[in-house]
Write a protein that binds this ligand. Structure first.
Ligand code: PMP
Length: 529
């Protein structure tokens, strides 16, 4: 690395400084397939092999000719891009197609209702909002029933057709009624008070440690990384984070949120206190493969435990397939490999084919609240252009009996084999290769105690991965990034068009990088060109 000052600048990260220090502040002027082009000092285009691929949004690469042709056609036809509050047959078609694919993969036949959005975080927030609406509406219905039953019991006592047995007050921990107060009044007051206390408890969300679900005000509460989340916790709902592989913690957290709703009933002329189980857990959000947390596939056993937990407790599962879905792992949903069945799914990134901003939240029929359609909307969501582009992407994935998925699996396996080969050559440098299909992570051993000053400084400032990315760019014309919350892990999420030659180029580049780290010789790093 060039200079002392570059190293000391790393200690105070902000985005602009980070980009320029790591040499990542280059402008790209054109993009096609797996290649981005930037201009050199003489104005000539320099191709850069793009393994970051729009943070996983480019399943068919940049400006795929078929997607671009479809977009041109749509504009030439002067389609009404924005015609809100009218019939949207294209959105219905997209929802139908998503249903058809998800049904085929998960084996369910239950329909999923679609709510469209413009970004992943927005899709997550739509799911969270819907889950909360569902929770609030069911809670209200249960409380109404309880009130109705309690009112009827009180009326029966007042009419003399029912009595309050000795000991019922004690069972609620109540003392004697005040002078002139009836037992029944006291009981009704206490039940109302306890039910109100349950009603007013704020919802709690469950999510996994190292999970990432977005950075908007609501979704950032569900993103584990404290650096992103903590300044904003006062602005949103509470999330309880569960470590991966710890069903015991999951149960413990759930126990803390459990309680009962009370009601009075009358049985054989006697008033009784009835209970209905109630909990304040609104939803459980998870990624089948944690992306920004460092490309960690969820262990199968834990996925099964989560699924069983959801079925036992009724806590809905929101499966965030924003990064892992859309065919990237060889199936449409990465959760399919784990037998996960979501009450909700969220898709974004590749849904827009690299040229549209599209996201969708899907909720299964038995959970769906039609009221949500009027409560939630966004000017640009569900626009015809994005829906048609998304339909085109689905067509391309499904063509030839699922050629897109097969390619993702086969190209992913070739890429993973190469990464494993490099890792095997540098076990002292590379900690692990993880992932599935075209969602792969390459983790370096922690360099916080590196002998080399610059590598150590970079690692201690959480910038190690960015510095490596800078070298890959300037020395090898390859673009890759560390994951957002695990900066020792480089991510590789290229398109299905990835060629063997492109894999070879990365092999050469990573071999060089691993050599530099092994030799602790940061002076060989190139961060400008
Ligand atoms: N969830 C996951 C799993 C993601 O990977 C991301 C983006 N990296 C998001 C949510 C947020 O999506 P967006 O950046 O489109 O808001």
């Amino acid at each position: 690395m060039e200079s002392e000052s570059a190293v000391s600048e790393l200690a105070e990260p902000n985005l602009r400084r980070l980009l320029s220090t790591a040499g990542l502040d280059v402008e790209y002027v054109r993009a096609v397939g797996n290649t981005l082009f930037r201009k050199d000092a003489n104005g000539r285009e320099v191709p850069v092999l793009d393994y970051a691929a729009g943070y996983g949004a480019l399943i068919f690469g940049h400006n795929h000719p078929e997607i671009v042709a479809r977009a041109r056609e749509l504009l030439d036809e002067q389609i009404p891009v924005l015609a809100q509050f009218s019939s949207h047959p294209y959105a219905n078609r997209l929802a139908d197609e998503l249903n058809r694919i998800i049904h085929r993969e998960t084996g369910t036949t239950e329909p999923y209702y679609a709510t469209f959005a413009n970004s992943g975080a927005e899709g997550v927030e739509a799911a969270v909002k819907h889950a909360e609406l569902d929770r609030v509406l069911s809670l209200s219905a249960h409380l109404d029933e309880a009130e109705e039953s309690t009112r009827a019991a009180r009326a029966a006592v007042e009419a003399g057709t029912a009595t309050v047995p000795e000991g019922l007050r004690d069972s609620l921990g109540l003392g004697r009624p005040a002078d002139g107060e009836q037992d029944i009044e006291r009981l009704c007051g206490e039940i109302g008070r306890r039910n109100d206390e349950r009603r007013n408890r704020p919802p709690v969300f469950l999510a996994l440690e190292s999970g990432f679900h977005g950075k908007l005000m609501g979704s950032v509460q569900l993103t584990h990384n404290p650096g992103y989340r903590e300044p904003f916790t006062a602005l949103g709902a509470t999330t309880r984070f569960v470590p991966v592989g710890r069903p015991d913690v999951l149960k413990e957290v759930f126990e803390q949120e459990r309680g009962v709703l009370l009601r009075l009933t009358v049985e054989r002329g006697e008033v009784r206190v009835g209970e209905r189980e109630h909990h304040t857990v609104c939803a459980f959000l998870l990624e089948p493969i944690q992306g920004e947390g460092g490309i960690h596939p969820l262990p199968r056993k834990f996925a099964e435990e989560i699924q069983a937990f959801s079925e036992e407790t009724g806590c809905p599962l929101v499966i965030d397939e924003i990064q892992s879905g859309m065919g990237r792992t060889g199936t449409f949903l990465a959760g399919t490999h784990l037998g996960l069945r979501g009450d909700y799914y969220v898709l974004a990134k590749a849904l827009g084919g690299g040229i549209a901003k599209a996201a969708v939240m899907l909720v299964r029929e038995t959970r769906y609240r039609p009221e949500f359609e009027l409560l939630h909307s966004s000017t640009f969501a569900k626009d015809s252009f994005s829906c048609y582009v998304a339909l085109k992407v689905l067509d391309m994935l499904e063509a030839g009996g699922g050629e897109g998925y097969r390619l993702a699996e086969e190209r992913g396996a070739a890429l993973a084999a190469m990464l494993e080969r490099v890792a095997a050559g540098f076990p002292d440098v590379v900690k692990e290769v993880r992932g599935r299909g075209l969602m792969l992570g390459f983790e370096f051993h922690d360099q916080c105690d590196a002998k080399d000053d610059a590598l150590r400084e970079a690692a201690r400032s959480s910038l190690f991965g960015y510095v490596i990315a800078g070298h890959l760019l300037h020395r090898h014309a390859i673009r890759s990034f560390p994951t957002a919350s695990a900066v020792h892990t480089l991510r590789f999420e290229p398109s299905v068009l990835l060629t063997d030659a492109e894999i070879d180029r990365l092999e050469e580049a990573l071999t060089d990088v691993c050599g530099i780290v092994r030799d602790q010789s940061s002076q060989r790093l190139v961060l400008t060109s």
